[in-house]
Design a binder for this molecule. Structure first.
Ligand code: FES
Length: 126
């Protein structure tokens, strides 16, 4: 039986929103101390909406697929909706992840939350 769903494999082989957007306002950096994977999620925000998003991930196939999926889910959403994206939602949209890889979806959900936190900190400073 295949370890990954066809959706995971598609997002791993053809990641969406890969790299930094041309213009971005904030970045969330998250890492997993156990596996050593690192993820950066960049967001551009206009009128409280995520108008552009991108990611850089140094990690496993699931980390890349979950990064790609979380950017697809968050694009065009309000900050409030995006910061409530759960790892279960990411995994569900990928048609499931093996239990041993669920922490990778945690990284993606945490990454978008960190990016939004970074954005709010910047706005509050201004
Ligand atoms: Fe750690 Fe995938 S093995 S994020």
């Amino acid at each position: 039986m295949a370890l990954y769903s066809d959706v995971v494999m598609d997002h791993f082989k053809n990641p969406r929103n890969i790299g930094k957007p041309k213009k971005w306002d904030a970045v969330g950096q998250v890492g997993n101390a156990i596996c050593g994977d690192v993820m950066y999620i960049y967001i551009k925000v206009d009128d409280n909406i995520i108008s552009d998003i991108g990611f850089e991930t140094m990690g496993c196939a699931a980390a890349i697929a979950t990064s790609s999926m979380v950017t697809e889910i968050a694009m065009g959403k309000t900050l409030e909706v995006a910061e409530n994206i759960t790892r279960e939602k990411v995994a569900e949209n990928l048609k499931g992840l093996p239990p041993v890889k669920m922490h990778c979806s945690n990284l993606a959900a945490d990454g978008i939350r960190e990016a939004i936190k970074n954005y709010k900190e910047k706005v509050n400073k201004e």
